[in-house]
Design a protein around this ligand. Sequence first.
Ligand SMILES: NC(=O)c1ccc[n+]([C@@H]2O[C@H](COP(=O)([O-])OP(=O)(O)OC[C@H]3O[C@@H](n4cnc5c(N)ncnc54)[C@H](O)[C@@H]3O)[C@@H](O)[C@H]2O)c1
Ligand SMILES: [Zn+2]
Length: 350
Amino acid sequence: MSRRRDTKEVAVPVTSVDTIRVELGERSYPVHVGPGVRHLLPEIVAATGASRAAVVTARPPEWTPDPGVPALVVPVADGEHAKTVAQVESLCRRFAGFRLSRADVVVAVGGGSTTDTAGLAAALYHRGVPVIHVPTSLLAQADAGIGGKTAVNLPEGKNLIGTYWQPEAVLCDVEYLETLPETELINGYGEIARCHFIGAGDLRRQPLHRQIAASVDLKAAIVSADEHDTGKRHLLNYGHTLGHAIELVTDFAVPHGCAVGIGTVFAGRLAGLLNRIDPARVREHTEVVRHYGLPTTLPSTADPDRLIDAIRHDKKSAGSTTFVLDGPAGPELVPHISEEKIRQALAQMH
Ligand SMILES: NC(=O)c1ccc[n+]([C@@H]2O[C@H](COP(=O)([O-])OP(=O)(O)OC[C@H]3O[C@@H](n4cnc5c(N)ncnc54)[C@H](O)[C@@H]3O)[C@@H](O)[C@H]2O)c1
Ligand SMILES: [Zn+2]
């Protein structure tokens, strides 16, 4: 792809851009990772053939890229509580008011809550309009913006209403991370930390944009092999079963990435208790999670009974208590884990 200067004459330094392709046949798409890649937006929009765009943005105007075509800019609130069916309806009504057509494009600019919600609105409006993701948090750049899962929450649980809707392209501009609060950076490291145990290897000494690119690369390969989460994609849930439970019982006081960090330590301990991995590998879980500045113990407010209840209701459990655990043959889905072992592993987490 040729790189060109945008209207603000900001050059994208080609050499520092990593481009990873998510291979899904006709629905394959590139993920560009690097400084300034948001300025590729007009080129990407032009390639879709869209003549207009709806830019759903949780970032301020100076950080909302120009799509290069006449656009409706829809500022939105973000965060877990903004991931609602009402928000999806509101976005679709704005699209309709603008007479956005199926030949146009939606651009989502924000963290994972924005790409999830705008992605779902794009999937549903007119039975699907193309979407381009511009993830702005570390968590969204390393994970949420890639792979086509979209969802909003119900009071009964996270991500209960959603669909698969692959983007046309994803622009992971690391310049966004300049304004990201430290806690959100650490939060994003939760997704990067769990990549250590599912095939990315040790990224601890890599610069941040390479850690993002490596996480994207791993996710792209997994999504290409299992788009609809019927097999290998379960690996991405490493650390997530307990992570989701922690989010739920603390009413999201523990953010997603931190919850996944704690869940990753727990996955190591559970695998150790089941004799799937040796004590050194169990310790490696704590070391890696701690290296990224993430918490490694359960919050005092997370009661084990409530956690176990929440784990049982996790949508990935499919009737029995299932975890993705490391083992002699690498990480895999392990069903039928007894409550006793879960309690033992939880007891080691205080
Ligand atoms: N679809 C998927 O595959 C997938 C995967 C992982 C997580 N998720 C979802 O992603 C969400 C978590 O993502 P998130 O942490 O990005 O959530 P988020 O959108 O709530 O963003 C987190 C915080 O960072 C702020 N922020 C974002 N970009 C910023 C920037 N450049 N500068 C300053 N502040 C910025 C936001 O305002 C917000 O306060 C969850 O809802 C989770 O379910 C989805
Ligand atoms: Zn996650």
